[in-house]
Design a protein around this ligand. Structure first.
Ligand code: 6PG
Length: 488
C-alpha cells in the first residue's frame, strides 16, 4: 500500500476529454489526483498533459486496484464514463477495492433513477454515492464548470472544498456549485438544465431562420446582430457562440461553414427525458417539447427533401419572395420575441423541477439553481440573475411569468413577439418554439379557457362529470337525451 503521505486527495476514472480536463482542473486547484482509465493510453496522455500544463499533481494508474489504493480515506472517486451500462461496469471494477465510507461520484448525464438504484446498492456494502451533473463541455471542465451534486450529503461534505474551487466562479454570486439534494436530484436538475438548453438552442435557431429567410440577412449581418445582442438582455454563452459561428469561413470550399452544415440535429437523450418527465408530472413544457420535436423532424432530411418537391408548386415558396421587411425593425422585434419566449421556456423548466421536488420531497431551492447556472454551464446567461432575484423575492412564485418584473417585460415585448410569429406564419417559416411559447403565455394569462367545452364533451360521451362555475359539486348531464329532444 502507498505511504500515507503520498496518498492523493481524490480519484477520477474515465479519461475522455471531459475527464482529463476535470482532472487537470482539480489538480490545478491544488488537490493531488489519481487518474485511471480502462484503456491505459488515456492515462499516460493525461499525465503527459499534466506535465505540460504546469507540472500539475496528477498521478496515473494502469490498474484499478493500485488506483483505488492511491487515494486517501475516505476515498472519493469521480467517474466520467458514458451513462448506463459503462457506469455499472466501472462501479463494479472500482468498488471491489473500496472500503466502508468511501464514495463514488458519477459526473455523467445519468438518468436519475439509475443513480438512486446505485446509491441503494452501494449503501448495502457501506459505500456512499453521489450523482453529480457537470455542465460546461470540455472547456468548462478544464476552466470551471457548473456542478450539480446530489445524493449523500456526507459524501458531499468530503468533496465540498474541492468542488467550490473547481467550479466556475461568478463575481458577486460565488462558485457555480451547491449541494442539490438527496437521491437523484443532482442528475434530475442537470437533465432539466439540458432540456432548457434544447429550448434555448431551438429559439435561437428560429431567430436565425426568420432573420435569414424573411429578413435576408447575410452571415456577416447575423454575426453583427448576435454580437450586438450579446451586449444586452440576451447576453449568454449560446448567443456568444452563435455570433462566432456566423463568422467562421468554410475551410474546404468557398463561403461560410454554417451554410454547409447538414440540417440534422443529433441528441443523446436528456431533452427527451425532460419532456417525458414533464408529461409524467403533468407540467406543461411546450417550448422544450417543441425543441425536441424539431430535432425529430430535422432528422427526417430525406423525407423533407421529398416533401419540398411535393409542395413546390403549391405557392408556399412564393410567399417568401413577396415579403418586404424593414430590416432594423425586424431585428429589434426578433430580439424581443426571443427574450419573451426564453422566459416561457425557463418558467416551464423551473416548474418541472419544483413539481419533481415536491413529489420526491427534495426541498430544491429554485433561486439557488439559477445562481449555480449563472456561470460555467451551457445555459449561462445574465438573465439567470433575474430569475434568481425573482425566486428570492418570492420562493413560492407560481410561475416566473407572474413575477412583477418578468410580467412587465412580457407585456413590453408581446407586440413585437406577436408580429414575429405572425410574420413567420405568413411567410411559411416554422417557429415552433416561439409560437408555442406565445401560446403558453396566452393560455396561462387567460382567466377563462375553452376547456369548459372539452369537459362538456367528456361528460357527453363518457359521463366523466364536470364542475360548475356557480356552485360546488360534481355534475353529470344527459346531454345526448337533451340534444335529441332539441333536434326532434
Ligand atoms: C452540458 C451539455 C452536455 C452535452 C449534452 C448535449 O451541460 O455541458 O448539456 O451535457 O453537450 O448532453 O446534449 P444532446 O447531445 O442531447 O444535444
Amino acid at each position: 500500500m502507498a505511504e500515507e503521505s503520498k496518498l492523493t486527495r481524490i480519484g477520477l476514472a474515465g479519461l475522455a476529454v471531459m475527464g482529463q480536463n476535470l482532472a487537470l482542473n482539480i489538480a490545478e486547484k491544488g488537490f493531488p489526483i489519481s487518474v485511471y482509465n480502462r484503456s491505459t493510453i488515456k492515462v499516460d496522455e493525461t499525465v503527459e498533459r499534466a506535465k505540460k500544463e504546469g507540472d500539475l499533481p496528477v498521478f496515473g494508474f494502469h490498474d484499478p486496484e493500485s488506483f483505488v489504493k492511491s487515494i486517501q480515506k475516505p476515498r472519493m472517486i469521480i467517474m466520467l464514463v458514458k451513462a448506463g451500462a459503462p457506469v455499472d461496469q466501472t462501479i463494479k471494477t472500482l468498488s471491489q477495492y473500496m472500503e466502508k465510507g468511501d464514495c463514488i461520484i458519477d459526473g455523467g448525464n445519468e438518468w436519475y433513477e439509475n443513480t438512486e438504484r446505485r446509491e441503494k446498492a452501494m449503501a448495502e456494502i457501506g459505500l456512499l454515492y453521489l450523482g453529480m451533473g457537470v455542465s460546461g463541455g470540455e472547456e468548462g471542465a478544464r476552466n470551471g464548470p457548473s456542478m450539480m451534486p446530489g445524493g449523500s450529503i456526507e459524501a458531499y461534505k468530503y468533496i465540498e472544498d474541492i468542488v467550490l474551487k473547481v467550479a466556475a466562479q461568478v463575481p458577486d454570486s460565488g462558485p457555480c456549485v451547491t449541494y442539490i439534494g438527496e437521491g437523484g436530484s443532482g442528475n434530475f436538475v442537470k437533465m432539466v438544465h439540458n432540456g432548457i438548453e434544447y429550448g434555448d438552442m431551438q429559439l435561437i435557431s428560429e431567430a436565425y431562420d426568420v432573420l435569414k429567410s424573411v429578413g435576408k440577412l447575410s452571415n456577416e449581418e447575423l454575426h453583427q446582430v448576435f454580437s450586438e445582442w450579446n451586449k444586452g438582455e440576451l447576453q449568454s454563452f449560446l448567443i456568444e457562440i452563435t455570433a462566432d459561428i456566423f463568422a467562421i469561413k468554410d475551410d474546404k470550399a468557398d463561403g461560410y461553414l454554417v451554410d454547409k452544415v447538414l440540417d440534422k440535429t443529433g441528441m443523446k437523450g436528456t431533452g427527451k427525458w425532460t419532456v417525458q418527465q414533464a408529461a409524467d408530472l403533468s407540467i406543461a413544457a411546450p417550448t422544450i417539447a417543441a425543441s425536441l420535436d424539431s430535432r425529430f423532424l430535422s432528422g427526417l432530411k430525406d423525407e423533407r427533401v421529398e416533401a419540398a418537391k411535393v409542395f413546390k408548386s403549391s405557392g408556399v415558396d412564393d410567399i417568401l419572395a413577396d415579403q418586404t421587411v424593414d430590416k432594423e425593425k425586424l431585428i429589434n422585434d426578433v430580439r424581443q420575441a426571443l427574450y419573451a419566449a426564453k422566459i416561457c421556456s425557463y418558467a416551464q423548466g423551473m416548474n418541472l423541477i419544483r413539481a419533481k421536488s415536491v413529489e420526491k420531497d427534495w426541498g430544491l431551492k429554485l433561486g439557488e439553481l439559477a445562481r449555480i447556472w449563472k456561470g460555467g454551464c451551457i445555459i449561462r446567461a445574465i438573465f439567470l440573475d433575474r430569475i434568481k432575484q425573482a425566486y428570492d423575492r418570492n420562493p413560492e412564485l407560481a410561475n416566473l411569468l407572474v413575477d412583477p418584473e418578468f410580467a412587465k417585460e412580457m407585456v413590453e415585448r408581446q407586440s413585437a413577439w406577436r408580429r414575429v410569429v405572425c410574420l413567420a406564419i405568413n411567410a411559411g417559416i416554422s417557429t415552433p418554439g416561439m409560437s408555442t411559447s406565445l401560446a403558453y403565455f396566452d393560455t396561462y394569462r387567460r382567466e377563462r379557457l375553452p376547456a369548459n367545452l372539452v369537459q362538456a364533451q367528456r361528460d357527453y360521451f363518457g359521463a366523466h362529470t364536470y364542475e360548475r362555475t356557480d356552485m360546488p359539486g360534481s355534475f353529470h348531464t344527459e346531454w345526448f337525451k337533451l340534444a335529441k329532444q332539441i333536434n326532434n
